[in-house]
Design a binder for this molecule. Sequence first.
Ligand code: A3P
Length: 362
Amino acid sequence: MLSKEPKLVLIKATKLKSFGRRRSNSFWFPEGIRFGKRYTTKHIYTKRLYILWLLTLLFLSFLIYNFLAYEYQILHICHNNIHRQQIRYDKNGEIEERDQLDRRLPKCIIIGVRKCGTRALLEFLSIHPSVKKASDEVHFFDDNSKYSLGFDWYRKQMPYSLPNEVTIEKSPAYFVTDSVPQRIYQMNASTKLIIIVRDPVTRLVSDYAQLAANKANKNRQMASFEDLILVNGDKINTSYKAIRIGIYAMFYSRWTQVFPKSQVHVVDGDRLVYDPFPEVQKVEQFLGLSHRISRENFSYNSTKGFFCVRFNGTSDKCLNESKGRRHPQIDPQVIQRLRRFYASHNRLFYQLVGKDFGWPEF
Ligand code: A3P
């Protein structure tokens, strides 16, 4: 995630309909009469005071009815400085088209692949003024209990957007969950899908580093990399989930049995690390957006060892420390064995997507 900025909170104030305004008056007006009666009806001079009190109440309720009875709705909470520039104001200083702001189902979903740069891609894309991202992974389609809550629940997890903007969410578990392609198709057959991939061996080591870090946070120890990926210290453990995720061709074919290939864009995750701009530019094109992200939006941070987002030409926002972890040293022979295992699957994947990623085979 991008580091935190002072929050920008956008609040929509809508005047209550006449019914609501009457209701807000009907709460305190009778209370006011009761209060007046109790203290002002004992003497003749206080009766006059009572009439004055009633007139004041009438005047106050007129004011509330016409000027004060609003309901407040939070439209947008934002930690990200760049979004301040994305809110459009009309010449009266009002937020333009605010009545059309709504939470919408995503037009595009980053479906995976886990540990291939999904977060970096989402953050980079959200530089574009027409892209609205769901900040958290929603896991709507791969989690049956969430899916049973329905599309309206899903829609409410999305950020506010205008009709011509592109709402994007990312949940990398979608890529490898059987039921998800059909479920997304049922929601909207024209949903655009993005898959980001990198050398499956690097992906596997990154996955292991993340699992080990999570365990360490709970004071637990992780089995060694070699123990997890080899059966009897010899054969590749093909039933280990982290190994299976890297067989991209197998999962990719499931998606293209449901969606046309033209709706599935594949991003080169290795390239996103060392030269993100061209990859992001291709996604702008895929989404039918004007090119609004430029090279100047990226700056290489030598401490982090990765590109960060550059705001206003000066301040940089890097992904947090859970992205770009130090990888453990793995026995080179084990790495070689993994490369051989993935080689044929990779070649099939290159054929399916029509691009040779050149991942090492030995
Ligand atoms: P490592 O932490 O193992 O290096 P995901 O967001 O899908 O979990 O992917 C995490 C990976 O994104 C990181 O894996 C890192 O290599 C990669 N990545 C790509 N661009 C990055 C960037 N600009 N900043 C940090 N990590 C980036």
